[in-house]
Design a protein around this ligand. Structure first.
Ligand code: GDP
Ligand code: MG
Length: 328
């Protein structure tokens, strides 16, 4: 690798690694190609980038052909995040979506009762998160669009039944996703340089933990888990730990809620602006209005990590729950 590549090249390379669609990947690769200094030492690298671009382009075209069929399964994103439930039959995916959201998917004691994806909105405090119930994955047959839906989501919940061999169920789900190049973000380093992967936050939900007598199953499951999977154990049937699950889902989405106020007025607490964790004052300004980014002088912030009305500059990192008064 030539040593004189500019920092912008590595930024584009990061974007390429994190690309969720062929289009994003192509854009990043083309940027890398454009940034690359022109001399003999970079010829090989350039050829390699061009090859990757054309590969992605053919993938994109292949996708377009089947677009009509796939689009019927596409679920419009709503709320601050989209989370897909994945797992074998009968573990309680539909029961969880029914318990956590306004949706009412069919819950049944026979396998394969769910054959289409059903979205529902889950309220968490003052925001909503979208959960999607899906048909089961399994050895015999898995809906072909299911993986695409997972890839386009913000997070995957692997649901298992803690009363019925949860370790095998988890392994099945993780292997299935791995076969389709979808893996946990935490484990991304294991797949570096092995093609184009989609990495997402994963959470394991051990369902059917109905009462304290079942805690022992949960502990055994937990102790057998490799790779330190984050795990929440719940009961969709009687609501045990569902509040903890909601909180964990919100935290895993890595977003913050910020409220705005006008000088001398009360803040508007009804509708927060939702930003990625780590966002700065200037990110909030540009989200409110594109002119604000330019005009922004400073802001006053009320929250847990500042003193009341603290004056902050553009690069100030905001926290969940902050109230911000912009001064233009
Ligand atoms: N004991 C118990 N049974 C549950 C729980 N959640 C779901 N079930 C039952 O498990 C069966 C399968 O549930 P369902 O939601 O249809 O599973 P899915 O195939 O993963 O969508 C049904 O008989 C449910 O009533 C739970 O938390 N505890
Ligand atoms: Mg179901």
């Amino acid at each position: 690798m030539p040593a004189n590549l500019p920092p912008a090249y590595f930024e584009a390379e990061n974007r390429y690694r994190e690309a969720k669609t062929p289009a994003e990947g192509i854009a990043a690769l083309e940027e890398m190609l454009a940034i690359m200094p022109k001399h003999k030492g970079t010829d090989k690298l350039k050829a390699d980038l061009r090859r990757r671009i054309s590969k992605l382009k053919s993938k994109q075209q292949g996708k377009k052909k089947t677009g009509r069929r796939d689009s019927s399964h596409k679920i419009e994103r709503e709320g601050v995040g989209q989370i897909v439930l994945i797992g074998p039959p009968n573990v309680g995916k539909s029961a969880l979506v029914a318990a956590l959201t306004n949706a009412d998917p069919q819950v049944a004691d026979f396998p394969h009762s769910t054959w289409k994806a059903t979205p529902g909105m889950m309220y968490f405090e003052d925001i909503q998160i979208q959960l999607i119930d899906t048909p089961p994955i399994g050895k015999e047959y898995t809906e072909p669009w299911l993986v695409d839906m997972a890839r386009q989501s913000d997070m995957i919940l692997v649901v298992v039944d803690v009363q019925t061999d949860p370790l095998r169920q988890l392994d099945e789900a993780v292997s299935f996703l791995k076969e389709h190049k979808v893996a946990a973000l935490r484990l991304a380093h294991l797949y570096e340089g092995k093609g184009i992967w989609t990495f997402l936050p994963f959470l394991v939900v051990a369902n059917k933990n109905d009462d304290p007598a079942i805690e022992e199953n949960v502990e055994i499951f937990r102790s057998l888990l490799e790779d330190d999977w984050p795990l929440v154990s719940v009961s969709a049937k009687n609501g045990r730990n569902l509040d903890a699950l909601k909180q964990t889902l919100f935290t895993s989405l890595e977003v913050i809620r910020v409220y705005t106020k006008a000088p001398g007025k009360e803040p508007d607490l009804s509708a927060p602006f939702v930003l990625k964790r780590g966002s700065k004052l200037e990110d909030l300004a540009s989200k409110i209005h594109k002119d604000f980014l330019e005009k922004l002088k400073y802001a006053r912030v009320w929250g847990r990590h500042v003193y009341d009305g603290q004056m902050v500059q553009r690069d100030h990192v905001l926290q969940d729950g902050d109230v911000v008064e912009l001064h233009l």
